[in-house]
Design a protein around this ligand. Structure first.
Ligand code: FMN
Length: 180
């Protein structure tokens, strides 16, 4: 099984990039293959129907759509912005939805979130489900919100807390079995 994973953040030191990378590392231990991609490598303008009419779909959207098409499943770790899905992730999804056929439709998705706050981005998880489900994505029922995320990773970006590692491992094993 090929898993594509990325974060809904562009920032170099993003705790969501670390969480997404850790999810991939543990998914590989559970028998999956896959890769992490950085949305910073797929810069897209803010969606504007005039850009679409005059220039078409951005090449970066098409390239991201191809990566998604080649994957059996997707894992996204998203930040929470003002209690909801961050604009960068929603914008990427809006552009992806304009490139027909929509490659993310029918894919399995595991949603994760990481935040320095006490709620771990749980509201972003619930808000993110909706646009993905509207596009026909099979969003896995279980989701993980990681609170206190600035203190959860070591210098190498590895998760430090054994309970969190076990929770992520179990969820990944169940997700992989479900997609299987
Ligand atoms: C515009 C903005 C809004 C934010 N709103 C929230 C929020 O509602 N809940 C929360 O837990 N953190 C919020 N934060 C803090 C983010 O969780 C924090 O910046 C986090 O590091 C972002 O994820 P990243 O490390 O992957 O970039 C917000 C940050 C920004 C920049």
């Amino acid at each position: 099984m090929k898993i594509l994973t990325f974060a809904g953040s562009l920032r170099t030191d993003s705790c969501n990039k670390k969480f997404a990378r850790e999810a991939l590392r543990l998914a590989k231990e559970a028998g999956a293959e896959g890769e992490f991609i950085d949305l910073k490598d797929y810069p897209m303008p803010v969606y504007d129907g005039d850009i679409e009419t005059n220039s078409g779909i951005p090449e970066t959207t098409v390239a991201l759509g191809k990566k998604i098409a080649a994957a059996d499943a997707i894992i996204i770790s998203t930040p929470e912005y003002n209690g909801s899905i961050p604009g960068i992730l929603k914008n990427a999804l809006d552009w992806l939805s304009r490139d027909k056929p929509v490659t993310i439709t029918g894919k399995h998705l595991l949603l994760l979130a990481a935040s320095p706050g006490a709620l771990g981005g749980i509201r972003a998880l619930w808000h993110s489900r909706q646009p993905f489900e509207v596009l026909g994505v099979h969003v896995y029922p279980d989701m993980i919100a990681l609170p206190n995320a600035y203190n959860m990773f070591d210098e190498q970006g590895k998760l430090k807390d054994e309970k969190t590692i076990q929770r992520l491992k179990t969820t990944l094993e169940q997700f992989i079995k479900h997609v299987g």
